[in-house]
Design a protein around this ligand. Sequence first.
Ligand code: ATP
Length: 251
Amino acid sequence: MEKRFGALRVLNGVSFTVKPGEKLSLIGPSGSGKTTILRILMTLEAIDGGSVRVDGEEIGASVPGRRPSRGDRDALHRIRSKVGMVFQHFNLFPHMSVLKNVTLGPMLTKGVDKAQAEAAAVDLLTMVGLADKCHCRPDELSGGQKQRVAIARALALQPKVMLFDEITSALDPELVEEVLNVVRRLAEETDMTMLLVTHAMSFARDFSDRVLFFDGGRIVEEGSPESIFTVPSEERTRSFLRKIIASGQAI
Ligand SMILES: Nc1ncnc2c1ncn2[C@@H]1O[C@H](COP(=O)(O)OP(=O)(O)OP(=O)(O)O)[C@@H](O)[C@H]1O
């Protein structure tokens, strides 16, 4: 796929396939295009070249000056219904209770009735350890709790693919583990396909079946966590990891 923002070429011939159930991490320097890939998969950004296929649904590049066809819009809609995303800054609805944040999607987009949506939401909130917070509003929660609500909200739509975009970057350090534990459990206990963009290398190493290293809008190297983190073959990967280690982060 290709992606530009104005004159800036953000993704340049990026091509990869993710197997059903695979846990994939996207790592690389700031600005290398990782978040843009997740936003494309979530249908929040259009591509300028190539195509994207999610669970058999394909979308092609947008054509300047041409409105997307009905078929393109339907494919976008079907892809969106298969993909859930958790963002760095939670993006909860601030004026709604935690429970409503989780029930709204299934009720609006899947026509699930209120009682059923609430029962499912309580189960999910229990799973993320927040059953006692159902009637709180987001501003009454810590960052870690908000992020766990955001995970429950994405799961409520029963996605086949979950995208996690730097979900601990906005958290105080002591809250990071409570969120990562939820992701760890999902990775271990479900067969969802999961893509993770992260600067937390030791988590990427534990979590992933495979790691893609990006730089300058391209995949520079891909492989198992062991190969990427212990014997990277590309100098750009080695240089990136040296900087991470020099900053004091464990890998
Ligand atoms: N909506 C936008 N308009 C213009 N430029 C954008 C937009 N979104 C992203 N970019 C630019 O695209 C490039 C890639 O951004 P992206 O957020 O995908 O990188 P990233 O690898 O996720 O970086 P980080 O690790 O800092 O989040 C950056 O140069 C960024 O400034």
